[in-house]
Each structure stands twice: as structure tokens, then as C-alpha cells.
Design a protein around this ligand. Structure first.
Ligand SMILES: Nc1ncnc2c1ncn2[C@@H]1O[C@H](COP(=O)(O)OP(=O)(O)OP(=O)(O)O)[C@@H](O)[C@H]1O
Ligand SMILES: [Mg+2]
Length: 271
């Protein structure tokens, strides 16, 4: 059985908007998955089903064999950490430190370990100087990092990042890519919702393409990002390296994974 299984999931919001329309998909343990698709496609609604925050109107979602209807959201949350798209909907504590401590205490972490996890999280995300500050004074990018820090502090097995690169500068984005790689190498299952195809391209995840509440594409990054009609239909832009690859008259079998791969191919051809 897969770690995450959506079976014929339809979700209708209270106002009658159908945000998921008969979605079936599975994600295996230790997979790295990127979800792309136009605004309103249902990406956030989909990931909110993974920690049981939303329950399907029809169909079922099972996480590690547990139907999300049968397990408390608190228990699901121990294994599934979601950093939400809008940090203002997530942050609620009176200080940065307490924001991180809250979940740790909730999940039974104790004294020295709490301190160790807080230090790691603040250090990694460059937030040490704000430890005693209110999250309200943080900049948009810092707030976003605090949501990531507070999730990663408790070390969930499944990490869901909803638009993690929004508002992040170049260095922070690079660091974020590094942490995703690191987490993935330690065996985490990672799902990243993003409009930032350049960021996803560097990670080469499996890509799910969503459109109007349904999954319309699913496959390896290089394959899906090469399918221009599919991407255009879902209003997803194509990574620049893939566009460059398509513009070349002669080219290798696969799109370039990074700039240096593109460069060495082109230089080889020029000489
Ligand atoms: N709480 C809500 N109540 C009513 N409708 C909602 C709610 N949340 C989302 N919707 C609607 O559900 C649909 C899917 O929204 P969702 O937030 O899942 O899209 P998304 O793919 O994450 O979009 P974006 O790229 O803009 O973040 C949209 O039509 C949206 O208006
Ligand atoms: Mg969203």
C-alpha cells in the first residue's frame, strides 16, 4: 500500500465550489513530488487533505493505511507537516520562539531536545535574532521561513510545502533547495506546491499537473516539463532550460539539468 492514497476524491467547499473533482493518486514513501497548475486548480485544497484538515466530500484519503476520516487531525499532524501558502494563516504565537515550541510541546518533545530543535530551526532559517520578537514584525519572507522552521523542527515524515519560494531572495531559495535535498536524502516524503518551475526544475521531482480540480499530468519532471501543450493547457510556464533545449537544433537526449550542463554541451558543439 502506498503512503498517501487518494481514491476518487471530490471536495466541495461550503460555498458550493468544487475544488477537487474525482482525484485519484498515490505517493510512495520517500518520493519527492511537485504540484503545479493554474490559480484555483485545487492544489492547496488537495494538500489540506493530506493532514486531514479537509476531509473528502466523496471518496477517501488514506495516509499510511489510515483513512483520514478515522484518525484525529492531531495524530495525522505528527507525521504530516504542512507549511501553508499564507503564513498569516499559520502563525499565531506571541513570539518566534513560542511559535516553534508550541508544536514541539504538543508532540511530546522535552526540555533539552526542545531547545536543541529551536536552535537548529532558527539557525538554519536565519531567524536567531528574532527569537524573542513577535512574528508580526517579521518581513513577508521571514514569516514564510518561520512557518517552514516550525514544521521542520518537529521532524515530520511527510513534509508539504505550499508555495515555499514566494517572497524568498536568491540565497534563501538556494538554501531551501538544499534543505529539500537533505530532507529527501534522509528518507522524508516531500510534496512541494509551486508556481516556481525554475525552482522545481533544480529538484527534478515527480510532477503532478492540476487543472480545474483534476490531475491532468503525472510523470518525471523532465518528461512533464517537456510537454508544452499539457503545460500551456494548465497555465504552467516551461523552465527556461527546457525552452533553451527545445530551441537547439542538435541536443542531448534529455533537457539540461543545470546551466553548467547546458554550457558544456553547447561548448562541445561549438568547437
Ligand atoms: N475556504 C474556501 N471556501 C470556498 N472556496 C474555496 C476555499 N478555498 C479555496 N476555494 C476555492 O477552491 C478552488 C481551489 O482553490 P485552491 O486554493 O485549492 O487553489 P490553488 O490551486 O491552491 O490556487 P493558487 O495557485 O492560487 O494557490 C478555487 O476556486 C477557490 O476559490
Ligand atoms: Mg494554493
Amino acid at each position: 500500500m502506498s503512503l498517501i492514497e487518494f481514491r476518487d476524491v471530490t471536495f466541495v467547499h461550503q460555498n458550493g465550489v468544487k475544488a477537487l473533482d474525482d482525484v485519484s493518486l498515490s505517493v510512495e514513501k520517500q518520493e519527492l513530488v511537485g504540484i503545479v497548475g493554474e490559480n484555483g486548480a485545487g492544489k492547496t485544497t488537495l494538500v489540506k487533505h493530506i493532514n486531514g484538515l479537509l476531509k473528502p466530500t466523496r471518496g477517501s484519503v488514506t495516509i499510511d493505511g489510515n483513512n483520514t476520516r478515522d484518525v484525529s487531525t492531531a495524530r495525522l499532524a505528527r507525521n504530516v507537516g504542512i507549511a501553508f501558502q499564507n503564513p498569516d494563516h499559520q502563525l499565531f504565537s506571541d513570539s518566534v520562539e513560542n511559535e516553534i515550541t508550541f508544536a514541539l510541546k504538543n508532540f511530546g518533545f522535552e526540555g533539552a531536545l526542545i531547545e536543541q530543535r529551536i536552535r537548529w530551526a532558527l539557525g538554519f532559517f536565519g531567524l536567531e535574532e528574532y527569537r524573542k520578537s513577535s512574528p508580526l514584525i517579521l518581513s513577508g519572507g521571514e514569516k514564510k521561513r518561520l512557518t517552514l522552521a516550525s514544521i521542520l523542527a518537529w521532524d515530520p515524515d511527510v513534509v508539504v510545502l505550499d508555495e515555499p519560494t514566494v517572497g524568498q531572495d536568491a540565497i534563501q531559495k538556494e538554501k531551501l533547495g538544499e534543505i529539500v535535498r537533505l530532507l529527501h536524502s534522509t528518507g522524508k516524503t516531500i510534496i512541494i506546491v509551486s508556481h516556481d518551475v525554475e525552482f522545481l526544475w533544480t529538484l527534478q521531482p515527480r510532477i503532478l499537473v492540476m487543472k480545474q480540480g483534476g490531475v491532468v499530468g503525472d510523470g518525471p519532471c523532465a518528461t512533464v516539463m517537456h510537454d508544452r501543450p499539457l503545460l500551456e493547457g494548465a497555465r504552467v510556464s516551461q523552465p527556461q532550460l527546457v525552452q533553451l533545449y527545445d530551441e537547439l537544433r542538435t541536443r542531448p537526449d534529455q533537457p539540461f539539468l543545470d546551466l553548467s550542463a547546458a554550457r558544456s554541451w553547447i561548448e562541445k558543439g561549438a568547437t
